[in-house]
Design a protein around this ligand. Structure first.
Ligand code: SF4
Length: 97
């Protein structure tokens, strides 16, 4: 039983989505940080950062997140006026936004 519980816990914490931030094209409006402050912060250079992300060579930021964190980051992406926040389903490769 304990093993089953652990398996269910592991399943829940699978990082199913990747947030991608086209940071070079961010205009620094701060909408994402207002909508999802646990995931988005404003940097002193005026652009936003994903909290705890890694930065790619092309200066895009990426962070893998769990299913439970999808909705709030989808709201952040929807709030972005220049559409530089993207969400990708890691299993299917589908670009959701
Ligand atoms: S909502 Fe978009 S443009 Fe505005 S700070 Fe966030 S990523 Fe940048």
């Amino acid at each position: 039983m304990a093993e089953l519980d652990q398996a269910q816990e592991n399943q829940k914490s699978v990082k199913k989505y990747t947030i991608e931030h086209d940071r070079p094209n961010c205009i620094g409006c701060a909408a994402c940080a207002a909508v999802a402050p646990d995931f988005w912060i404003m940097h002193e250079d005026g652009k936003s950062d994903i909290v705890g992300c890694k930065t790619r060579d092309d200066e895009w930021e990426e962070l893998d997140v769990e299913e439970k964190d999808f909705r709030i980051n989808k709201e952040a992406a929807d709030s972005c006026p220049v559409n530089v926040i993207h969400l990708v389903n890691k299993e299917t490769g589908e670009k959701i936004i």
